[in-house]
Design a protein around this ligand. Structure first.
Ligand SMILES: *[C@@H]1O[C@H](CO)[C@@H](O)[C@H](O)[C@H]1NC(C)=O
Ligand SMILES: *[C@@H]1O[C@H](CO)[C@@H](O)[C@H](O)[C@H]1NC(C)=O
Ligand SMILES: *[C@@H]1O[C@H](CO)[C@@H](O)[C@H](O)[C@H]1NC(C)=O
Ligand SMILES: *[C@@H]1O[C@H](CO)[C@@H](O)[C@H](O)[C@H]1NC(C)=O
Length: 429
């Protein structure tokens, strides 16, 4: 029996219980195409920009939260080490390191300032772990340490979002020179000439081999074929020549898919009318992560690998396709928000698989770490483009109903702080 889980409520194009299956299926493909066009579209148009925005003052938390913080502090310091991922967002009057003017690699859909986002308070926060300081990113020190080295971001469009943030931050010291891009500008590589540092982003939304059928507009034309027993060679082939990597997956596993193992279809996720057993995205995500993490952990790899769990979205009052928005302008405080059930399921799988892999890695002397940006990102509903994924969406004469992006991050924006964590973990373990 197929049960309608929370995932289906959240992503109704995956409903598999209803009549008129064919129609639903068609609509689902259409919606999914649009979804992933929204989520993963990219544009080669980059744009420079302008003035530094003003500082918005914020107030401190109440005593209840302070108690909670102290408690967490105790927990974090008990094993002698500060937990970088437990903390709060505190005001940062310094604001972002770069602006829409100084960085030329910000993708149009994430260039919120240029696109007319009116508020700027979301730019003036930094992550403060309980029990220790997280230094702000130091580009010179980072680049110096990366001399003759290579760093790769492996995953989906959030990885692309993240690499663009790093490029922008580093551009204050030196701009990366693009030396490679694939046809669709999804995998790219840059060199920082003065440092002989190679930075790349490798497009691999499933991390395992997958055949994705999309038309030229990025609209899905059929389900994805995912090979759960084969790594995606796009990253696996060059993994050993990379010194640092950040690997992550997630939301693509929610797509309508056929799953292959041993050259046979072993099941699917949402494939009505195909006479294939529904096995759910949970199992496939788990198997794909296990294959990837196992490969890393047993690879004799000499570099440092970060596994970054997936990042939550903040659609409210609907989803991306049903008028969902993200209008908040300040971070949440601890306890004001929790993961929805789909994101919680993804996270559960991620942490369970990571835990197993890290034990193996430790035994084999492989350096595998968790870059756990999940919770601190959950606290930032204010950092998404929302309607400002489009250029001046509310300008006169434009339609009022615009699609919101409450998944990717504005640049500059909260994702910049992920790099503070990367820096800290590269230098201080
Ligand atoms: C940068 O953003 C500001 C608003 O903060 C805007 O006035 C300006 O036009 C933008 N510059 C570019 C080059 O997009
Ligand atoms: C750049 O770094 C690579 C190692 O990543 C090294 O083999 C090469 O000699 C370096 N080139 C220069 C010009 O320093
Ligand atoms: C980088 O590579 C060059 C050329 O191979 C070498 O001269 C230099 O010492 C290397 N620097 C570091 C920090 O490894
Ligand atoms: C569905 O698959 C099963 C097992 O492979 C097969 O026995 C059955 O005939 C198929 N049904 C249809 C309608 O194709």
């Amino acid at each position: 029996m197929v049960k309608e889980n929370s995932f289906d409520r959240k992503y109704p194009w995956n409903l598999h219980k209803h009549k008129h299956i064919f129609v639903k299926f068609f609509i689902s493909i259409l919606l999914m195409g649009l979804a992933f066009r929204l989520l993963f579209s990219q544009s080669a148009n980059f744009s420079p920009v302008s003035e530094t925005p003003f500082v918005e003052k914020t107030s401190a938390g109440d005593t209840h939260l302070l108690d909670q913080a102290l408690q967490l502090d105790d927990q974090a310091t008990q094993n002698g080490k500060c937990d970088l991922f437990t903390g709060e967002w505190i005001p940062n009057p310094l604001g972002p390191i770069y602006t829409n003017e100084s960085c030329h690699v910000v993708e149009e859909h994430q260039n919120c300032m240029k696109n007319g986002r009116p508020d700027s308070g979301y730019l003036y926060w930094r992550w403060k772990p309980h029990g220790c300081e997280l230094p702000l990113f130091d580009s010179e020190r980072f680049l110096e340490a990366m001399r003759n080295k290579s760093f790769a971001f492996i995953g989906d469009s959030i990885s692309r979002n993240h690499v663009q943030s790093l490029l922008c931050i580093l551009s204050k010291v030196e701009e990366g020179v693009e030396v490679y891009h694939d046809q669709e500008y999804k995998s790219r590589r840059w060199i920082f000439p003065s440092y002989n540092f190679t930075l790349s982003v490798l497009w691999s939304p499933f991390l395992v081999k997958a055949v994705i059928s999309e038309d030229i507009n990025g609209v899905s034309t059929s389900e994805v074929h995912v090979y759960l027993d084969k790594l995606d060679e796009k990253w696996a082939d060059q993994f050993h020549s990379i010194d640092y990597s950040i690997i992550s997956g997630g939301k693509w596993f929610l797509k309508s898919s056929m799953y292959w193992e041993n050259n046979k279809i072993i099941g699917c996720h949402y494939c009505p009318g195909k006479n294939v057993t529904e096995i759910g995205y949970e199992q496939s995500y788990r198997r794909a992560l296990r294959l990837m993490l196992n490969y890393v952990a047993t690879s004799n790899y000499k570099g440092l690998t970060f596994f970054r769990p997936s990042t939550p979205d903040h659609f409210e009052n609907g989803e991306w396709f049903s008028g969902g928005t993200c209008k908040r302008t300040v971070p949440y405080k601890e306890g004001e928000i929790s993961l929805d059930s789909v994101d919680e399921m993804l996270r559960k799988i991620e942490l369970e698989e990571f835990k197993k892999a890290v034990a193996i890695a430790l035994e084999k002397g492989v350096n595998l770490k968790l870059l756990d940006t999940n919770h601190l990102s959950l606290l930032r509903p204010d950092g998404h483009p929302g309607p400002y994924r489009q250029f001046h969406p509310f300008a006169e004469g434009k339609n009022e109903r615009v699609q919101n992006d409450c998944l990717h991050w504005c640049l500059p924006g909260p994702i910049d702080n992920w790099n503070d964590l990367v820096m800290e973990m590269v230098f201080n373990g």
